[in-house]
Design a protein. Structure first.
Length: 369
């Protein structure tokens, strides 16, 4: 494996599990499609991105049926107990800090709330009353462990309210609002960037409604890369590394959508065309550059939000920003692990990247997801 920056425990666990799964000729992000969206048991908010993918995968592998996850602190506070042999899963937590250097040369690190961080970045964007000569803003991460509610003794069974939204209509609305051409013909499914057109076989040729809808969502995810939409590099030759990377984004994006829309179980899905070729290409990509998976997850989240917006889904989603893999307002990806030296530091004044800057650890970090 190519030598890369050290990953935190959550990301290393995810890479290890995914590569192992791919080598067993299985597609790991599809394993969570028949699982409920993982949520923090204490806040009731859904996990996102890397945390969501890893917890859904573990739930599928372990056969968990409860969508709630709790820290050991949550368990003790409620007087619950873990079943013997219970194993935790790591999740990552992101938070912003301000780094100030005093006149004496001492570095002072102050943890910010997300409201403070957003206000600073808004002020920087507006260029009003904002002088950043004397400090930098950075994003920092730590990991902690959570346990699925199935492993907890004494906890009440969760009551889940079924959603009545017709998601088939929502998919069609998204397709219309994206203004991408669509046609049913032939025996292959694909998106043509040059024609800005999605082609699928007729619905009756699929083995289920889920297979049809999931395939349509997959091609819609590719279509978001068009220059008039999210503008990703999608004109790639089959078999190339760039082709594999774009396929990874469409696969993960469609898996997020299938899971969030609650379309059904993976048991009904049809195999991908060139199944083994895709799997081998993904193994090579992830072994050579593990961080490519997390770049793909970030892009897949953008794809998911775009499609949901076009579907006009007005679902109340209070996403906890502490678990997002954030990008600053000027589009520079900040990926910083508390377990090692800084990967990147942002000086919003000139957006220079300073490598290798050490930061003191914040021992009083809030453990909310």
């Amino acid at each position: 494996m190519k030598k890369t920056e050290k990953l935190n425990k959550t990301r290393q666990r995810m890479i290890d599990e995914y590569v192992k799964c791919l080598k067993e000729d299985k597609i790991p992000w599809r394993c969570g499609w028949n699982q409920l969206i993982a949520i923090s048991g204490s806040s009731k908010k859904p996990y996102r991105g890397v945390n969501q993918m890893l917890l859904s995968y573990i739930a599928s592998e372990k056969g968990y049926t409860d969508r709630r996850w709790y820290t050991m602190g949550n368990i003790k506070e409620n007087g619950w107990h873990l079943k013997k042999g219970s194993k935790s899963a790591p999740v990552e937590y992101w938070y912003p800090v301000k780094i100030t250097v005093t006149e004496g040369g001492k570095t002072v690190t102050t943890k910010l709330t997300w409201e403070e961080y957003n206000e600073l970045m808004r002020n920087y964007n507006d260029s009003t009353g904002f002088d950043l000569e004397d400090y930098r803003i950075s994003l920092y991460s730590t990991t902690y462990n959570v346990f699925n509610a199935d492993l907890i003794e004494g906890i009440d069974k969760e009551q889940i309210i079924n959603n009545e939204i017709d998601y088939t209509d929502s998919i069609e609305k998204a397709l219309q609002n994206m203004k991408v051409d669509f046609e049913e013909k032939g025996s292959e499914s694909y998106y043509s960037p040059s024609q800005d057109k999605i082609v699928l076989p007729k619905k009756e040729l699929f083995n289920s409604q889920l297979a049809y809808d999931a395939t349509k969502l997959h091609e819609m995810c590719h279509a978001t890369g068009h220059p008039t939409r999210l503008n990703r590099p999608i004109q790639n030759s089959f078999g190339s590394k760039e082709y594999a990377k774009e396929e990874l984004r469409a696969e993960i994006g469609s898996s997020f959508l299938v899971q969030e829309l609650g379309l059904g179980s993976t048991d009904a899905l049809q195999d991908m065309g060139n199944h083994k070729a895709y799997i081998q290409s993904w193994i090579e990509v992830l072994e050579n550059d593990p961080n490519e998976l997390f770049r793909a997850v970030k892009d897949a989240e953008k794809i998911t939000e775009y499609v949901k917006e076009k579907a006009e889904l007005q679902k109340a989603k209070n996403i906890d920003k502490e678990q997002e893999h954030h990008t600053n307002s000027k589009g520079i990806d900040v990926n910083i692990s508390k377990s090692s030296s800084f990967h990147e530091n942002i000086n919003p004044k000139n957006l220079k990247i300073n490598k290798g800057q050490e930061m003191q650890k914040d021992k009083d970090i809030d453990k909310e997801e």
